[in-house]
Design a protein around this ligand. Structure first.
Ligand code: PEP
Ligand code: MG
Length: 588
């Protein structure tokens, strides 16, 4: 490969980095020997080899867990508990042992059984498919032990300025990376929601995934630019491209809160999906957390987190933002978010089924109670309001505190009755805690607006709550009847479609005249090109991946709020997405 070549993939972390290519091929030395005649295999010897390999893998997994715990906190470390559980999974261990008893050498038995499991998970949707990466990870550890293969490159000690190229990265690989040393990541396979991509994003490492086989031609040592915004990998970039791309990262971090040029305060907060994402959010100057996706506390493990674990995770986030607000969303599973041990119902159309608050109020009522106990206790740590009841104006969020203010919101609301029921649960958990003498407080309470129903009912919801937060990822899907996971209807799933914009406008107008503030925590909020429009639509808070906080803050400062409302009126009058883009001066 000579000169400058551009390969395209899926931009995963919207940052750009330039560095020296280095291939990571952990599986390259794991080629299996030919299968021997079964009659020559001694099952007792192979069983012992398998047992020894499991113990070696277990030790390595525990070491990786300890390292992740120190660096990234409990939740990131929990993925390794799931890895260890695979080592003991009777469905895997028994099958491997019976293949060995039938005359299969241990390495082939492990390989075959894991391949079958990987194939099974890959056939599933959303986050379940990501378990396939976890299985690959465990399989490779076992094979490495059985084949006595060298440990692959130590990813935690890569030289500064490395652009890491790989077929795909496992969660363990990504968790080992030092963000200060890795200038970028590009992978042949993987999608934007693969576990490795999510970890890279949380570490703010520029990343492009799903580049395809062409990536294989990039040699070690080549100079490579990874543009995670455009989804491009440029081999041998020219000076202009380097300067243009790297300039984009140079938006200065603004730690103080920002206002428009005419003085309207807009909060610019961060979305956080794990403990590891909290400190990048602080570093990028976020005004607190606008969406703490609590479901991440429940993923990649075998049973729900305890009340104490949940309490500690929330308190850690509050302590990281002592002067700001942390909005925790209550457990949002269902739809594409499957959690094996929660026994979610099998449904023909899970996106229109038991999701979010629907589960919390019924099937998962016990889980919801534990969740609320942890949150109300954390609210006392934060200060929050006193425990003197909820509803309308008798709350205030400004009492004495060590951490920032806690706020809690309910996902996938579609009925006023759900909010009333959720508020009743909060009251009853508060009463239980009071009866036990456990310190607690009632946080500010809000609802996500992710369904057309919630947008139509915004006035009624806002009258009952302290805030609303628009989740455009789901709202665009439900308004446009287009599955957010389905590439074939990606064109429909467009937050800039006039129908979606009108649903947002309806939400902010619905809340007018109440004390409730309205934020947005869908991906749309993090696009600096839309900041003026969103301010004009009446949003008080924008919450996004930490990586785009500085650019959005910069844009807020340049907005004139009167002009922004005129722009919003003009956009709300559009009838097609092309007209909207024309008005906003955007391409395509
Ligand atoms: C949304 O739907 O916009 C949202 C923020 O929730 P999630 O992406 O977690 O479904
Ligand atoms: Mg959502």
């Amino acid at each position: 490969m000579t000169g400058s070549t551009t390969l395209t993939g899926i931009g995963s972390t919207p940052r750009t980095g330039v560095g020296t290519a280095r291939w990571y091929r952990p599986g390259a030395d794991l080629t299996l020997p030919d299968r021997p005649d079964p009659s020559t295999v001694a099952p007792e010897v192979e069983r012992e080899r398998f047992e020894a390999a499991r113990e070696e893998a277990r030790e390595a997994i525990r070491l990786a867990r300890d390292r992740a715990e120190v660096r990234d906190g409990d939740e990131e470390a929990a993925v390794f508990d799931a890895h260890e559980a695979f080592l003991d999974d009777p469905g895997i261990v028994d099958d491997v042992e019976s293949a060995i008893d039938d005359g299969t050498p241990a390495e082939h038995a492990v390989h075959d059984r894991f391949e079958a499991a990987i194939e099974q998970f890959e056939g599933m949707d959303g986050r379940m498919a990501e378990r396939a990466d976890d299985l690959r990870d465990v399989r490779d550890r076992l094979l490495r032990a059985l084949l006595d293969a060298p440990t692959p490159t130590d990813l935690s000690t890569l030289p500064a300025g490395t652009v890491l190229l790989a077929e795909r990265l496992t969660p363990s690989d990504t968790a080992e990376l030092d963000p200060a040393a890795v200038a970028g990541i590009a992978t042949v396979g993987g999608g934007r929601t693969s576990h490795a991509a999510i970890i890279a994003r949380s570490l703010s490492i520029p990343a492009v995934v799903g580049v395809g086989d062409a990536l294989g031609e990039v040699p070690d040592g080549a100079e490579v630019l990874v543009d995670g915004e455009a989804g491009e990998v440029v081999v041998g970039p020219d000076e202009d491209r380097r300067a243009a791309a790297l300039g984009g990262n140079d938006v200065p971090v603004v730690t103080e809160s920002v206002s428009t040029a005419d003085g309207l305060a807009i909060e610019v907060a961060a979305n956080v999906g794990s403990g590891a994402e909290v400190s990048p959010a602080v570093d990028r100057g976020a005004d607190g957390i606008g969406l703490f996706r609590s479901e991440f506390l429940f993923l990649d493990r075998e049973s729900p987190p305890s009340e104490e674990e949940q309490y500690e995770a929330v308190v850690a986030a509050l302590e990281a933002f002592p002067d700001d607000r942390v909005v925790v969303r209550t457990l949002d599973v269902g739809g594409d978010k499957r959690v094996p041990y929660l026994d979610l119902p099998e449904e023909p159309n899970p996106f229109l089924g038991r999701r979010g608050i629907r589960l919390s109020l019924e099937e998962h009522a016990d889980l919801f109670e534990t969740h609320l106990r942890a949150l109300l206790r954390a609210a006392a740590h934060a200060g929050g309001s006193d425990a003197g009841g909820i509803g309308g104006d008798d709350r205030d969020g400004d009492s004495d505190r060590d951490g920032g203010d806690l706020a809690v919101m309910f996902p996938m609301v579609s009925r006023v009755e759900e909010v009333d029921a959720a508020l009743d649960r909060v009251e009853s958990v508060a009463a239980d805690l009071a009866a036990e003498g456990t310190e607690h407080a009632i946080p500010d309470l809000g609802a996500m607006v992710e369904t057309p129903a919630a947008s139509f009912l915004a006035d009624a919801l806002a009258a009952r709550l302290d805030f609303l937060s628009v989740g455009t990822n789901d709202l665009a899907g439900y308004v446009m009847a287009a599955d957010r996971e389905n590439d074939a209807v990606a064109d429909y799933h467009d937050p800039l479609h006039p129908a979606v914009l009108r649903a947002i406008g309806r939400t902010t107008t619905g809340a007018e005249g109440t004390d409730a503030w309205v934020g947005m925590c869908g991906e749309m909020a993090g696009d600096p090109e839309l900041t003026e429009l969103l301010v004009g639509l009446g949003l008080d808070e924008l919450s996004m991946s930490a990586v785009t906080v500085p650019a959005v803050k910069e844009r807020v400062r340049a907005v004139d709020s009167a002009e922004a409302s005129e722009l919003a009126d003009e956009v709300l009058a559009c009838e097609t997405r092309v007209e909207v883009r024309d008005v906003l001066g955007l391409d395509g």
